[in-house]
Design a protein around this ligand. Structure first.
Ligand SMILES: Cc1cc2nc3c(=O)[nH]c(=O)nc-3n(C[C@H](O)[C@H](O)[C@H](O)COP(=O)(O)OP(=O)(O)OC[C@H]3O[C@@H](n4cnc5c(N)ncnc54)[C@H](O)[C@@H]3O)c2cc1C
Length: 505
């Protein structure tokens, strides 16, 4: 019999083997099977910080049958544009169903891409097709690799299981805040590539989807590197930065709409300060502390997003002449600083026009303003929190030194961000400080601009998951159906299942 046990408390200094002893007591027998279902840290009471586990256990391991996937008989010509989490997980599920998808990626394989990203960080020479946003693995490849999601999608479980199968640390399957780290993520992406190639998929790099051809409202062909190729289906998993692709799709009559998003800055503190605020003095041995904050002090919601404990702020531009920030950490999260996006809700009335592309223009304007204000070469504008709050310019750093690799220039954020965004941040920071001591400390550093938090548009799809052009499947974050690695990957699985339903015998 399998016993399910919840709310087991283990102190940070205790070993996980204490769990087995606990189970043996409950089983009144030796424990031959122990599976952790959930593990979370309870740090609400700083004098009693502990891990909380849910497990199932038994004397003997139960038999596990391999999962069966239905198989198609005839292989349609299915293209997937984009090798981010949405495109890759869609492809993985498709090959399990017997498809032989053709994956197109505007950027390069992850290893070459990493070299291009390094070059950009150190020299400022940007490859507009191979960068932090574009290339195999997608936008989150140079990230913290947080895999938690706000969505309650049953497919999230499949995503985590696939990640573990492709080499991610097994604990991501049960931690309540799973994180894989940029270092592990790259290895997982290479393993997914090997699996796809071994199972009949084709992977084409430096091959952007350039155009689509339709007849009677149905897809017939796509253009790649100047050549037209017949296509039965196309999965659009191009991510939120495929601005040229969105323009092309709009010109081809795809139904799309504006979508609200958020913009702001990265905020950096010393990781030790966040540790003290969250855990008190004795935080050694605990995971690098994180936080998640929301403020409604102004009429626009302000929230922290994509917090990277022990991480760095990275240059994440994909267009020339624009500065974009984001955050990244390795699995160990051992860096000196903590950073997080601190962003303000942008509403449709902020856009200059009714066009579905108006949000892109809004993002582009602040990215260019940041580039110009910091003097070019992808330096980023920075300001100390204390000076930002009192409306003064900054001239020197305190204890917190910015980690943004291209270098920074002191620029008041009001020269870069819309006044409504600055005003909302000004009200939110002290409000957040009341909940996380030190969040608004004078020496914390603001680096601008965080402009690519999510897609500024949505490409509409029906219940059969197809766009207004039949045969085309909008998927993942760029098309407005996901907001992170896990939800994008889950959407990829959903589209694969829709394709399987369409082509199943
Ligand atoms: C630096 C950074 C850190 C992040 N950290 C996290 C995190 O810790 N946790 C989290 O959940 N999320 C994080 N995100 C967000 C996350 O990366 C995205 O939500 C996720 O990658 C979206 O997946 P996607 O597959 O929909 O799109 P993307 O990952 O953006 O992938 C789209 C792919 O399509 C390609 N492409 C674009 N246009 C074309 C075209 N025309 N033809 C062919 N290919 C094309 C692109 O090159 C890209 O590889 C981070 C993002 C960044 C940039």
């Amino acid at each position: 019999m399998i016993l399910k046990l919840t709310n087991i408390r283990i102190r940070p200094h205790e070993k996980e083997s204490a769990l087995r002893k606990f189970c043996e007591k409950k089983l009144h027998a030796p424990c031959g099977y122990l599976k952790i279902l959930k593990k979370s840290l309870d740090a609400r009471d700083k004098s009693d910080i502990h891990w909380v586990y849910s497990v199932e256990c038994a004397e003997r391991a139960p038999a596990v049958l391999p999962r069966e996937y239905g198989r198609i008989q005839k292989k349609p010509r299915v293209y997937i544009a984009g090798m981010g989490p949405a495109g890759l997980f869609c492809a993985v599920r498709l090959v399990r169903h017997g498809f032989a998808p053709i994956l197109l990626e505007r950027g390069k394989p992850v290893e070459e891409r990493a070299a291009d990203v390094e070059k950009f960080f150190s020299t400022g020479v940007l490859d507009v097709s191979s960068n932090v946003q574009f290339g195999e693995g997608g936008a989150g490849t140079f990230s913290d690799g947080k895999l938690n999601t706000q969505t309650n999608d049953p497919l999230n479980r499949d995503v985590l299981d696939e990640f573990v199968g492709f080499g991610a640390p097994p604990e991501i399957a049960y931690l309540n805040k799973p994180h894989i780290g940029s270092d592990n993520l790259r290895a997982v992406v290479a393993n997914i590539r090997a699996f796809l190639l071994a199972h009949g998929a084709s992977l084409r790099y430096s091959s952007a989807l350039e155009d689509v051809r339709t007849q009677d409202g149905r897809l017939t062909a796509i253009r790649v590197n100047g050549d037209w190729e017949d296509a039965d289906a196309l999965v659009l998993a191009v991510g939120h930065s495929a601005r040229d692709t969105f323009s092309m799709l709009l010109s081809r009559g795809f139904r799309m709409e504006q979508k609200e998003f958020a913009v702001g800055v990265r905020i950096e503190h010393l990781q030790s300060a966040i540790g003290r605020a969250q855990y008190g003095q004795g935080y050694a041995g605990l995971p690098a502390a994180d936080y998640k904050l929301v403020s409604h002090a102004s009429e626009r919601a302000v929230f922290s997003f994509c917090m990277c404990p022990g991480g760095v702020v990275i240059p994440a531009a994909s267009e020339e002449g624009g500065v974009v920030t984001n955050g990244m950490s390795e699995y160990a999260r051992a860096g000196k600083n903590a950073n997080s996006a601190l962003v303000v809700q942008i509403k449709k009335q902020d856009f200059a026009s009714e066009s579905p592309l108006a949000g892109i223009e809004f993002q582009r304007a602040i990215e260019r303003a940041a580039f110009r204000a910091a003097g070019g070469a992808y330096l980023a504008p920075v300001q100390l929190v204390g000076d930002f709050l009192s409306g003064k310019e900054s001239y020197y750093f305190g204890e917190v030194k910015p980690t943004y690799a291209r270098g920074t220039a002191f620029v008041p954020m009001r020269a870069v961000l819309p006044s409504a965004v600055c005003e909302a941040l000004r009200l939110a920071i002290p409000d957040m400080d009341a909940r996380l001591r030190g969040f608004g400390s004078f020496e914390a550093v603001l680096t601008g601009v965080e402009s690519r938090t999510s897609s500024p548009l949505r490409i509409l799809r029906g219940e059969d998951m197809q766009a207004s052009v039949a045969g085309v499947y909008p998927c993942g974050e760029g098309c407005g159906y996901a907001g992170g690695i896990t939800s994008a990957a889950a959407d990829g699985l959903r589209i694969a299942e829709a394709l399987y339903r369409r082509y199943a015998p």
